[in-house]
Unconditional design. Structure first.
Lengths: 114, 113
């Protein structure tokens, strides 16, 4: 049962254009969402997050949008740069009876073409 | 933030053997997490390790297969026991020094022949 889904395994975008990565979730108890970026041979690094009380969070070139009614979030990168080429993971944070865990999507491989 | 190191960074092992992966954090943390990322899959939580208590395993993971030690607040080990090719994965250690914030180690890439 995949509670967090990234339906696009890969995405290719021209340098300077906008990259939009999508993520859907099924568990309405999730209240905090994160995006991670992963380069080959490295661990995931935190990129940006959003709480369920907000619908938008912006940090420089990165903006995350949350649509709770649709259980959907997206990460916008603008303008896209070659260094943004990586695998992006969406994750949902849950806490239940004192146990915390992150549930990850499958990842989307973003390639920025010069 | 937290700086996390893992040893080994990668290994190739024979079927039936065991490998112990070490995770070292540069600060004291209460909770440490072990994840697995199988080829082409998302990161899956194996277990949560608190210092001074037994690890809590997620569904599908058992202590006999993945014993975990947590001797102090900066260190943990994960052992992959009696390995098979299906255990070939990247194993990642992570910590969350503050609520809603989680940092990952560089991972250990395991190949089982």
């Amino acid at each position: 049962d995949q509670q967090v889904k990234q339906n696009s395994p890969s995405l290719s975008v021209q340098e300077g254009r906008i990259s939009i990565l999508n993520c859907d979730y099924t568990n309405s108890m999730f209240d905090y969402f994160l995006w991670y970026k992963k380069y080959p041979a490295e661990g995931p690094t935190f990129l940006i997050s959003i709480s369920s009380i907000k619908d938008k969070n912006e940090d420089g070139r990165f903006t995350v949008f949350l649509n709770k009614s649709a259980k959907h979030l997206s990460l916008h990168i603008v303008p896209s740069q070659p260094g943004d080429s990586a695998v992006y993971f969406c994750a949902a944070f849950s806490e239940y009876q004192g146990a915390q865990k992150l549930v990850f999507g499958q990842g989307t491989r973003l390639t920025i073409n010069p | 933030s937290a700086v996390i190191s893992q040893k080994p960074s990668r290994d190739i092992c024979q079927r039936g053997t065991s490998l112990t992966i070490q995770c070292q954090v540069d600060s004291q943390v209460t909770m440490m997490f072990w994840y697995r990322q199988q080829p082409g899959q998302s990161l899956t939580l194996i277990a949560t390790a608190n210092q001074g208590s037994e690890a809590t395993y997620e569904s599908g993971f058992v202590i006999d297969k993945f014993p975990i030690s947590r001797p102090n607040l900066t260190f943990s080990t994960l052992t992959v026991s009696n390995m098979s090719p299906e255990d070939s994965s990247i194993y990642l250690c992570s910590v969350n020094p503050t609520l809603n914030e989680q940092f990952f180690g560089p991972g250990t890439r395991l190949t089982v022949l």
